[in-house]
Design a binder for this molecule. Structure first.
Ligand code: GLU
Length: 438
């Protein structure tokens, strides 16, 4: 068989949403699985509704997700241009061919296509055999001279040598028009694969751009990990047929195939996505987490007084990476690392003062700090264990008040890591202040 050529054909008339991303992804996966070509074709014929902003959002989101295209705008290719707004000469040429077939006629200034009226049967790679009969001739060039979607879509699939049309099920009802046109032009019909819909999280019906969690850009802004979103999107309609959910992309590429795509609709589940994102976050190499977190924090203007020391920020993020569910949780989690001006949680304070002699313990800890070894978590642990043994106390008698004193909170990252990263001077100053004021 000749090389697979698939295309993602968005119309830049709105924000880039989860459904479009999944269609792009399934095309990309199929191209990568087969060693084929992934084409990006911009269906920007609707001048009134298109915008360059929406288009750059599409490019940006595809790149963020890692869905690189082999042919298309900004990539080039021998079947371009890849924006329909630049392809008028191609449409004119195909229109001549269609006219020559004798299947067109004019009515009220528009050009219509005369259907065959025969049943149009496709063997859809996902849905199986689908039959539909067109009953009415349809417009292919409007009275204002603009060719309609059905015509340009088919012409481009022909002229870009598309072998497989993988698209949303909402286009299934258009397919009989398209096969009529392919046949009238004497061209082979591509393989169709209509992907089931994505249902909204709650309630019936298809997920729309207006639904909560529908826009890809939002996830990017919120610091989601693109590999987690890609993994999640793969599972919206496809599965590896075992119980695995988290799979490396290379493995998905190896396993993905069109007959493996479900026929039933998939339901969007934001909790599942958040969980997937957390699993990826916790497994990610610290340096990558640092880069993503740093960019996120700067984009949110988390350091209004200027950038912190990079090595310090790196340590803070490495310490907190296993403790947060998402990068977007970091701002609420790391504030006290960058400011001494943090509040003391009253509940945590009440708990700390409810038993033993927390101030006495803190005094002992403070005294030991000038000579303590802050170079590793283990050394700090040995220090606290030594104090506990010496004073007939438990390590918790030091840990809970000290955590409260240095961070204002009863919860947070690992205690010894917290001391190590904050460093001797901050720890001493904060314990001293706490003893004087609490
Ligand atoms: N431009 C169409 C859309 O945005 C694509 C149709 C197709 O993939 O054939 O849905």
């Amino acid at each position: 068989m000749s090389q697979v050529r698939v295309r993602f054909a968005p119309s830049p008339t709105g924000f880039f949403h989860i459904g479009s991303a999944r269609t792009a992804l399934f095309n990309w996966l199929y191209a990568r699985h087969t060693g084929g070509v992934f084409i990006l074709r911009v269906e920007d014929t609707d001048q009134a509704r298109n915008s360059e902003e929406f288009l750059s959002l599409i490019y940006n989101s595809l790149r963020w997700l890692g869905l690189d295209w082999d042919e298309g705008p900004e990539a080039g290719g021998e079947f371009g241009p890849y924006r329909q707004s630049e392809r008028a000469p191609v449409y004119a040429q195909f229109l001549e061919r269609l006219k020559a077939s004798g299947r067109t006629y004019e009515k009220d200034g528009a050009l219509l296509f005369r259907i065959s009226g025969e049943p149009q049967v496709i063997e859809d790679a996902i849905r199986g055999r689908v039959e539909r009969t067109e009953e009415k001739d349809f417009v292919i060039v409007r009275s204002d001279g603009k060719p309609v979607f059905h015509f340009v879509n088919v012409v481009d699939d022909i002229s870009m040598r598309v072998t497989h049309v993988i698209r949303g099920e909402d286009h299934l009802s258009n397919t009989s028009k398209h096969t009529e046109l392919f046949k009238a032009l004497g061209e082979p019909i591509p393989v169709y694969a209509h992907i089931p819909l994505i249902l909204k999280q709650n309630g019936p019906g298809k997920m729309s751009k207006r639904d909560q969690g529908a826009l890809v850009e939002e996830y990017q802004k919120r610091g989601f990990l693109p590999e987690a979103l890609v993994n999640f999107l793969c599972l919206l309609g496809w599965s590896p047929k075992d119980d695995r959910e988290k799979l490396p992309l290379a493995e998905i590429v190896r396993l993905f195939d069109l007959p493996g795509v479900n026929q039933s609709n998939a339901r969007f589940d934001e909790k599942k996505l958040a969980h997937m994102n957390m699993v990826y976050l916790h497994e990610m190499v610290p340096e990558r987490c640092f880069v993503l977190a740093r960019d996120f924090l700067f984009a949110r203007n988390f350091f209004p007084e200027g950038a912190p020391d990079e090595a310090y920020l790196r340590e803070v993020i490495a310490l907190c990476q296993p403790k947060v569910r998402a990068i977007e949780d970091l701002p609420g989690f790391i504030g006290y690392f960058f400011s001494d001006d943090f509040a003391i949680d009253p509940k945590a304070k009440e708990k700390v003062f409810a038993k033993g002699d927390p101030k006495g313990r803190l005094g002992e800890l403070l005294t030991s700090i000038p000579t303590a070894d802050f170079s590793s978590d283990a050394a700090l642990e040995v220090l606290v264990q030594g104090l506990a043994a010496q004073h007939g106390a438990g390590t918790g008698d030091y840990i809970h008040p000290a955590r409260l004193a240095v961070s204002g909170s009863g919860v947070g990252p690992s205690f010894y890591g917290l001391l190590r990263v904050l460093g001797r001077d901050r720890v001493a100053a904060r314990i001293g202040r706490f003893l004087a004021t609490a």
